[in-house]
Design a protein around this ligand. Sequence first.
Ligand code: 5GP
Length: 192
Amino acid sequence: MERLKQKILAEGTVLSDTVLKVDAFLNHQIDPELMEDIGKEFGKRFADDGITKILTLESSGIAPAVMTGLVLQTPVIFARKRKSLTLTDHLYSASVYSFTKEETNEISISQSFISSEDTVLIVDDFLANGQAVFGLIDILEQAKATIAGIGIVIEKGFQNGGEAIRKAGYRVESLATIAELSEGNVAFKEEN
Ligand code: 5GP
């Protein structure tokens, strides 16, 4: 997605050979027009998949997921990373090791929002080693929901998550795939 790539080049910061900071438009300050385009793009790619719900992880997945839900006209659920006083229902939970925070979180959703009747699109901001996506897949398997695919805003193609998830048989659609982060520069893979 060309607009996203241009935004990454203009406003992203390469923190190391493995970490890209996008606080200027996705992870802290949010660019609503870019999010709208992202929602339209995921909406187009998954238009014929019978999606009934979108599942993401708080907090950075919420903005692209909501815009996708607006386009596909489906509810959006975000898995919570901390037990909340209001999250008192029966839960589906999974353990996720966070690449950026270097800690393990128990992520949970209420069982009342996803069932075996649902066809779910997973949306997240980044794909690195795949821990977050595999945690969301685990939750959807517990719910016996159908997984239509995974929509990723930025995939880091030099880490192994994308390959592992595709090998497990899931469709992954990434809007920008980074081939390499080095010396402050971002190099994209050609295909998207
Ligand atoms: P994974 O679980 O695939 O290893 O990592 C994905 C999660 O870690 C995403 O939900 C995202 O929040 C975070 N993450 C991974 N790599 C990056 C990165 O380079 N930059 C930022 N800002 N977040 C990242």
